[in-house]
Design a protein around this ligand. Structure first.
Ligand SMILES: [Zn+2]
Ligand SMILES: [Zn+2]
Length: 125
């Protein structure tokens, strides 16, 4: 019964529930929502319980790393970083080419160009 998933708030029977506590699965309304980076909870107690639980799971993960999961996580992190760096670099190069001089970015671009063989080698003493 999917409709009963979000019925009425556990604390406010007259309010419509808009979410479910990630820890105890109680239906909760916007007023009761405790939003944290790990999810939406009905109370700080649940949030802390879930945090402790997640930390324990993370520790277990570290002790016995499942072969595939780590690689997938690492890959997505790396690809995200590459995309970010690429985006910043492209924007930086574009602005640089247009004649804008961005203090930190320009030196970063110079540094990256320096890494490319045959690049801006003229800066060498
Ligand atoms: Zn809860
Ligand atoms: Zn409520």
């Amino acid at each position: 019964m999917p409709q009963s998933l979000y019925s009425k708030c556990y604390n406010h029977p007259s309010f419509d529930a808009t979410a479910r506590c990630k820890q105890c699965a109680k239906p909760i309304c916007d007023t009761c929502k405790v939003i944290s980076p790990t999810g939406v909870f009905c109370s700080e107690t649940c949030r802390d319980q879930n945090k402790a639980f997640t930390e324990r799971m993370d520790q277990m993960d570290r002790n016995t790393p499942p072969p595939g999961r780590w690689a997938v996580r690492f890959k997505s992190l790396v690809s995200r970083l590459i995309l970010l760096a690429l985006g910043v670099f492209v924007i930086g190069v574009t602005l640089h080419a247009l004649g804008f001089d961005i203090p930190y970015l320009s030196s970063a671009i110079a540094w990256v160009l320096d890494l490319i063989p045959g690049g801006a080698a003229e800066t060498a003493p």
